[in-house]
Design a protein around this ligand. Structure first.
Ligand code: COA
Length: 162
């Protein structure tokens, strides 16, 4: 029922248009804040490395309204031996727009970007309740779940690309 309502809201509009484009880290905050840092100070939306030239931020727009965001950091995790690794962070879709394939499109956009950079592996710390979403996109869990303070249980997940 919720899915149908969401579909109605988003697809019953005239001139319906979706696009994904590069944005600044500041532009991610409106979605990060509501979805990932609800009730916390806006400063908590800033991630270390957000402002590095090697970090890219992407926004999914529905009729020019920012609806989903994701960020890609060039960052090696020593669990993996691959060169040129990238980390996905801040994956978030507005609550009323979830389960409409926007998250999937954002992850696929990141994969295309990483391939263009000749990256060989994508990894991230996935919230436990989002791990199945990533598994559906071909990501695998490594090891046991672990806790991140104030946020909850996470799994380290990865996918080889290229
Ligand atoms: C997790 C999230 C990014 C997924 O984005 P989305 O746009 O809702 O997901 P999609 O519609 O692209 O889903 C793709 C597939 O994954 C499934 N899926 C989506 N979220 C899921 C979840 N939390 N658990 C299990 N499956 C999920 C969808 O049902 C769909 O399955 P299908 O291909 O069999 O139809 C989004 O729900 C979100 O922002 N959640 C809150 C914040 C969060 O947890 N972010 C991740 C931090 S690691």
């Amino acid at each position: 029922m919720l899915l149908l309502l969401n579909c109605y809201r988003f697809f019953a509009q005239d001139n319906f248009m979706i696009n994904i484009s590069e944005i600044t880290f500041e532009e991610t905050f409106s979605v990060r804040h509501i979805v990932l840092r609800a009730g916390k100070p806006i400063e908590t939306c800033f991630f270390d490395g957000d402002d590095l030239p090697t970090t890219k931020h992407f926004g999914l727009f529905v009729n020019k309204k920012i609806t989903g965001v994701v960020s890609v950091f060039q960052n090696k995790n020593n669990t993996f031996i691959a060169d040129n690794q990238y980390q996905i962070r801040g994956m978030a879709v507005l609550n009323e727009a979830q389960k409409l394939s926007f998250g999937k499109q954002l992850v696929m956009h990141c994969e295309t970007y990483v391939l263009e950079q000749k990256g060989s592996l994508i990894w991230f710390n996935a919230r436990e309740n989002a791990s199945l979403f990533y598994e559906k996109l071909g990501y695998e869990k490594v090891g046991n779940p672990f806790s991140i303070t104030d946020i909850g249980l996470h799994y380290l997940m990865f996918k080889k690309v290229g």
